[in-house]
Write a protein that binds this ligand. Structure first.
Ligand code: PLP
Length: 386
């Protein structure tokens, strides 16, 4: 079945599976235990840490392995809540994933300021500088939160520019790189402030992720409870999962990310052809730089669950938006932030391919969309010539 829901989760990459099995066989001991075998596991763990520092940038000591991006985001906000002044404001991109948005609101509530977006959903960096970083107190924010790539629309944010502006202004920065890593080159993304990522978005296992600490967070050691991960986090390290995550990212960096141009062409051809197959369809975030694998479609009619079910019957797995929004009654906060009404968000379907998705599968998906459109309209399918 063609799988077009890679932004929700990816299948385990064979290299990750191999690394996981090897680690389970050879290095399953607790890396914190006091004997030689455990010390060997700790050394292997630190070798994976070095790989991340090499691929993303910054000091190896600043890499902390977690149970995923959600835990990593919670650690950052808990740390900020503890260390920033009690009246400190934080500036948040309104299209952040709930794993960032929820702890931000939990810890900072009314002290959250929302960043300005252009119509496609890209953060306005000039407005960020003028309104939040350069303004006189009390409007000046203490921290900025902007993801690298959006999970629902694929829109890319100018994270390098934002990181530089924050550095210059002496303001903390958190970048959720969960949807960027493994899809686009990671080089330099670790050079900003705090960075979080998630293994299962790039061929690693679920339940493993990373937190790259910002230079100014040295004092975090021993502050968040637990002595693992150089006293940055509590809980036994899942070395097999971490080894698998490292193997998946190394492979993506060495063999996949440079295939972007061809994959962008397939995505663009899909967008061109679906406009003919389903007249009136709209691509959300059009005009902005977006991930090569993600297309968020505002369909002209029909509830998105009906589209998803009918596409599923034809063998295509797509999503009604973010997996976290699916199954919840409220509209997606991402689409709401982009100005879509609750009625419109119910007509949004997200398609997200993987590195193994073929051009033929993209084209077959266009045909399937055309058939479903005809079925929902009660007519016959538009003829599509991909
Ligand atoms: N950030 C983004 C942009 C995501 O798409 C996801 C996936 O659901 C997460 C964070 C959460 O990652 P995890 O499942 O590792 O907590």
């Amino acid at each position: 079945m063609p799988y077009f829901d890679h932004n929700a989760t990816t299948p385990l990459a064979p290299v990750a599976r191999e690394a996981w099995l090897r680690a389970q066989d050879e290095a399953w001991q607790n890396p914190s235990s006091p004997y030689r075998k455990a010390a060997q596991v700790k050394i292997r763990l630190d070798t994976v840490r070095e790989k991340f520092a090499i691929l993303l940038g910054d000091e190896v000591e600043r890499y902390v392995f977690t149970s995923g991006a959600t835990e990593a985001a919670n650690l950052v906000f808990a740390w900020w809540a503890k260390t920033l002044p009690p009246d400190a404001l934080i500036a948040l991109n309104p299209t952040e994933h709930p794993c960032v948005r929820e702890p931000a609101l939990h810890f900072f509530g009314a002290r959250v300021r929302w960043l300005e977006l252009d119509p496609a959903g890209v953060v306005n960096v000039e407005a960020l500088k003028v309104c939040h970083l350069l303004s006189d107190k009390p409007d000046r924010v203490a921290a900025v939160v902007v993801m690298a790539a959006n999970n629902e629309t694929g829109v890319l944010q100018p994270w390098a520019e934002i990181a530089a502006a924050c550095r210059e202004a002496g303001v903390a920065y958190l970048c959720d790189a969960s949807q960027w890593l493994g899809k686009l080159p990671a080089g330099g993304i670790g050079g900003g402030g705090f960075v979080i990522g998630s293994a299962h978005k790039f061929g690693g296992p679920k339940g493993v992720g990373l937190l790259k600490l910002a230079p100014q967070s040295e004092g975090l050691r021993g502050q968040l409870g637990g002595g693992q991960e150089n006293a940055h986090r509590g809980g036994t390290e899942d070395f097999p999962g971490i080894a698998a995550m490292g193997a998946a990212l190394v492979e993506a960096e060495q063999k996949k990310v440079f295939l972007e141009t061809e994959r962008l062409r397939w995505r663009d051809e899909f967008e061109r052809d679906i406009a003919a197959a389903v007249p009136g369809v709209r691509v959300i975030g059009l005009g902005a730089d977006r991930l090569w694998n993600t297309v968020s479609l505002l369909l002209p009619f029909g509830d998105n669950t009906r589209w998803v079910t009918r596409l599923d019957k034809r063998g295509f797995q797509v999503s009604t938006g973010s997996a976290c929004a699916t199954g919840k009654t409220g509209p997606s906060p991402v689409l709401a932030a982009l100005g879509f009404s609750a009625e419109e968000t119910k007509r949004v379907v997200r398609v997200s391919s993987g590195w193994d998705t073929t051009a033929e599968e993209w084209q077959a998906l266009v045909v399937a969309f055309g058939e479903v459109a005809a079925e929902l309209r009660g007519g016959s399918a538009q003829v599509v010539t991909p």
